[in-house]
Design a protein around this ligand. Structure first.
Ligand code: SF4
Ligand code: SF4
Length: 295
């Protein structure tokens, strides 16, 4: 593949990136980021951000202090614990104080834990400098399109410079910020993974182009995730009957996008407060109630 050895090594040891590693290394998410700065049609704000997580679950919102406590408690109980991610329940970079306070404290108090963050990318360029000061292993950007016409069908609005910007104009700004953020991270040597939500009839064909571009710009991994459209989650407001892709459609697109780039096929779309080895979720053992009782 096109990846340098140093990156291959990192991929090899990361629970999310390597099929094998995910049996031996554990990861956790802490849900410290409630706010979001855009609206995705597939999002229902009552639930976790779909940038990284399966819609329809509600995570326990933590303060940075609780998140640090929780991370330490998990690390003390799950020896394979190697990666801590902030992935919601909103957009981590729309909650800069909470996200960075968590990272700052963890890089000081638990320096062996690798950190990662996922974002829709709108606020990314302004955050790159600060991200580079922490022990950030990688950043995940959710990029669903590079064309504002398509973007307008996915994002009804963004919140930018203190106002809402609708439609194509908003999508255009979001796309520019995502691409700029991607380039800046690559220039800083921070690994970038790209997530895309496959939405049949909206961006399914277009994602091949997205894959080509992000790979060319230096993303090391592309993760195409299925839209999970379930009526009770209210996914795709205003687009009645929008369906998610079938397994076959998803696999076909993943094949078409893969080329010599690493495609991620085992992402579990973990909830914003997932804990444990992939495929297991021990979050219920580490609620704040239970952690308080541990000390
Ligand atoms: Fe929802 Fe995440 Fe989209 Fe924000 S970025 S609207 S939290 S899915
Ligand atoms: Fe890993 Fe995907 Fe789960 Fe994130 S959501 S921890 S990338 S498997």
């Amino acid at each position: 593949s096109h990846l340098p050895d140093e990156i291959k090594q990192k991929v090899h040891n990361h629970p999310c990136y390597s099929e094998e590693a995910h049996h031996y290394f554990a990861r956790m998410h802490v849900a410290v980021a409630p706010a979001c700065n855009i609206q995705c049609h597939y999002c229902n704000r009552k639930y976790d951000c779909a940038n990284e997580s399966r819609p329809g679950v509600v995570s326990e919102l933590l303060t940075p202090d609780q998140a640090v406590k929780k991370t330490k408690a998990v690390a003390a109980n799950i020896p394979q614990m190697t990666v801590l991610g902030i992935a919601g329940p909103g957009d981590p970079l729309a909650n800069l104080d909470r996200t960075f306070e968590t990272f700052r404290r963890l890089s000081e108090e638990a320096p062996d834990i690798k950190l990662c963050v996922s974002t829709n990318g709108l606020a990314l360029p302004a955050a790159v400098e600060e991200l580079s000061k922490h022990n950030i292993d990688h950043v995940t950007i959710t990029i669903n399109c590079v064309d504002p016409e398509i973007g307008a069908q996915i994002y009804p609005w963004i919140y930018w410079n203190n106002r809402r910007i609708h439609g194509k104009k908003g999508a255009q700004i979001l796309i520019e910020q995502q691409q700029k953020g991607l380039e800046m991270l690559v220039a800083k040597g921070i690994l970038v993974k790209v997530n895309s939500v496959m939405i049949p009839g909206v961006n399914d064909q277009h994602l091949k182009e997205v894959s080509r571009i992000v790979k060319q710009k230096g993303a090391f991994l592309h993760n195409v995730m299925p839209l999970i459209a379930e009526a009770e989650h209210g996914t795709f407001y205003g687009v009645m009957g929008q369906r998610g892709p079938s397994n076959e459609e998803l696999m076909e697109l993943q094949d078409e996008c893969s080329g010599d780039m690493n495609m991620m096929r085992h992402c579990r779309q973990c909830r914003a407060d997932a804990v444990g080895l992939l495929g297991e979720d021990r979050g219920d053992e580490f609620t704040m109630d239970k952690i308080e009782q541990m000390d």
